[in-house]
Design a protein around this ligand. Structure first.
Ligand SMILES: [Zn+2]
Length: 472
C-alpha cells in the first residue's frame, strides 16, 4: 500500500465527523445504520495478533475470519478457503446477487504483513494498541486496516439483508509482500471465476491527499510500472593478474554500465500519466504545475519535459527507467576473473514492449561482446480505465463522507497485486478511503506502524458506504 497522503488531518474536525457518523446519520439509501467502526476495530485486533509474516502463515487468520463470516450468516459455500498448500490460505467471501449472470464486482486486500524488529517498537507490534489517539500494530495501514474495513462492510451488508444487483466478492489474500508464491496469482490461475469481474478494487493503494489539514484530492491507482530485471555478462579467458592480456571482464562490464547510466529512455506519457498531470496541475504550485499542464496538452513539449525530468519522482512518471542494482565478479585479489555480471532493474511504462526496452539497453551499452539476458521477465500490466459506475459511486461516497474533491487516477512507480489481475485482463483500481499525513503513511513496513484512530474510523465508514453503493 502506498497512500498519496500529505498533511495532518485536523483532529477536531475528524472527531466531529466520526461522532456524527457513529450517531447513525442516514446513509444514501435513507436507512440509518449504526457505525461499523467497532466491528472493524474488533476484526482488526484479531488480524493484528495473527503473525502472518513470511515465516508465519495466513491460514489461522483466514480460518478464524471464515468462522466470523459464517457466524454473520454467510452460507458455507460462499466462504472459501483456497490455496495450493495448507500454508498461506486465501479467503474468498461472496455475497450472492439477484442476477448471477452479471460479472461480479470484486474487492480485495492482503492478509500477510512484513516482519517486525520488536525491540524498535514502543508498543507490542502483534497487539492492536490505541495510544494518544493513534492505532498501533503491524498491518494497521498495510494492509490489515483496509482488509478489516472491507470485512466489516461485507458483514454489515449481509446483516442488513441487502441482496446486491450482482455478486460481490471479497478476496483476502496471502503472500503479497513475500514471493515467490502469491495468493492473487494462485486465484487467477486456479479460480478465474473468482477473479474475473466487472472491475476489481484493490484496497492496497490510492488514498486521500491533505494540504495544510485540508482534503484536496483523492488518488486512485489505475496503472503500475512493469518490473523487469536483465543480466549483463562479460566473459574472458581469465588468468593470473600479473600478466594482464587486454581489458578484463570487469573492465568491459564497467564501461557498459557507465554507458547505460548516461542513457535516458524516451518520454512515453501514457493515458493514465496524461490524465494525472491534467488533474494534478491545478493543485501543484509553481513551475512544476505549469509544466504538468503543458505536458497534458502536448506530450512533446520539450521545456515541460526538461522541467519535470529534473525531479526523480516526476521523471519516473514520464519514462521507463533502468538502473544497475547488483554487481558480481572476481574470486581472488590476484586472479583475472573469467566472468563478471551486473543486474539491471527496469521499471517499464505500462504498454511499452519489454523487447523494445531490451533493444534500447543493447544500443545504449554499445558493447557487442556483453551478453544481455532476461533475469526476471516483465509481466505486462496494461493501464486500467475507471468504469463509470465506480467513478459515480466514488464521487458520491467522497462527497458524503469527506466532501467534494477531484478524483485523480495515477500510475504507481512500484508494483502491487493489481499486476496479476491487470495481466489477466481485469480493470483494477487501487482505492483506500483514508486521509493521513505522510508521517503516518511512512510507517508502513517500518517500526511503530500507526494510523490516527479517527481517520481509521472514517475510512471504515467510507468503505461501508462505498460497498453499499456498489451493491446497487
Ligand atoms: Zn500492501
Amino acid at each position: 500500500m502506498r497512500a498519496l497522503a500529505h498533511a495532518v488531518l485536523a483532529p477536531a474536525l475528524a472527531t466531529a465527523l466520526v461522532t456524527a457518523l457513529a450517531g447513525g446519520r442516514a446513509d444514501a439509501q435513507g436507512s440509518a445504520r449504526a457505525s461499523v467502526a467497532p466491528l472493524a476495530r474488533e476484526i482488526l485486533a484479531d488480524m493484528v495478533q495473527s503473525r502472518t509474516t513470511e515465516v508465519g502463515s495466513t491460514t489461522p487468520l483466514a480460518e478464524s475470519l471464515a468462522e466470523r463470516f459464517r457466524a454473520a450468516g454467510f452460507a458455507a459455500e460462499d466462504v472459501m478457503l483456497l490455496s495450493e498448500t495448507d500454508r498461506n490460505r486465501n479467503l474468498v467471501v461472496r455475497v450472492r446477487g439477484r442476477d448471477r449472470s452479471l460479472p461480479p464486482r470484486i474487492l480485495g486486500a492482503h492478509l500477510d504483513v512484513v516482519g517486525v524488529e520488536p525491540t524498535l517498537w514502543t508498543t507490542d507490534p502483534w497487539k492492536l494498541t490505541e495510544r494518544d489517539g493513534l492505532l498501533y500494530g503491524r498491518g494497521v495501514l498495510d494492509d490489515k486496516g483496509p482488509a478489516a474495513a472491507l470485512s466489516a462492510a461485507f458483514i454489515d451488508l449481509k446483516r442488513s439483508g441487502t441482496v446486491p444487483a450482482r455478486d460481490l466478492l471479497l478476496l483476502l489474500t496471502a503472500s503479497e509482500e513475500n514471493g515467490p508464491y502469491n495468493g492473487v496469482q494462485y486465484l487467477v490461475a486456479n479460480r478465474p471465476d473468482l477473479t474475473r469481474g466487472e472491475f476489481v478494487i484493490i484496497a492496497d493503494a490510492g488514498g486521500g491527499e491533505l494540504a495544510g489539514g485540508k482534503r484536496i484530492a483523492f488518488g486512485v491507482q489505475a496503472a503500475e510500472k512493469v518490473y523487469a530485471d536483465f543480466t549483463l555478462t562479460a566473459r574472458g579467458p581469465g588468468g593470473h593478474s600479473s600478466i594482464p592480456d587486454g581489458r578484463s571482464p570487469i573492465d568491459r562490464l564497467a564501461t557498459a554500465i557507465d554507458h547505460l547510466s548516461h542513457y535516458t529512455f524516451p518520454v512515453n506519457v501514457n493515458p493514465v500519466a496524461r490524465a494525472f498531470m491534467e488533474k494534478r496541475a491545478p493543485l501543484t504550485p509553481g513551475p512544476d504545475g505549469a509544466a504538468m499542464a503543458a505536458l497534458a496538452r502536448d506530450p512533446n513539449d520539450a521545456d515541460a519535459i526538461r522541467r519535470l525530468s529534473s525531479s526523480p519522482v516526476r521523471n519516473a512518471l514520464l519514462r521507463t527507467t533502468c538502473i544497475t542494482t547488483l554487481l558480481k565478479g572476481g574470486t581472488a585479489p590476484n586472479a583475472i576473473p573469467a566472468e563478471a555480471t551486473a543486474n539491471v532493474n527496469c521499471r517499464i511504462i505500462p504498454g511499452e514492449s519489454p523487447d523494445t526496452v531490451l533493444a534500447r539497453i543493447r544500443r545504449a551499452i554499445d558493447s557487442p561482446d556483453i551478453e544481455i539476458s532476461v533475469a526476471y521477465a516483465a509481466v505486462p500490466s496494461p493501464p486500467s480505465v475507471m468504469p463509470p459506475a465506480l467513478a459515480r459511486a466514488l464521487d458520491e461516497t467522497l462527497a458524503e463522507v469527506y466532501g467534494v474533491m477531484p478524483v485523480i487516477p495515477y500510475m504507481e512507480m512500484g508494483a502491487t497485486d493489481g499486476l496479476f489481475l491487470r495481466n489477466a485482463g481485469q480493470q483494477v483500481l487501487g482505492i483506500i478511503g483514508l486521509f493521513v499525513d505522510d508521517e503516518y503513511s511512512r510507517t508502513m513496513h517500518a517500526n511503530d506502524e500507526r494510523v490516527p484512530a479517527a481517520a481509521y474510523d472514517q475510512m471504515v465508514e467510507f468503505t461501508r458506504r462505498l460497498v453499499v453503493r456498489l451493491s446497487r
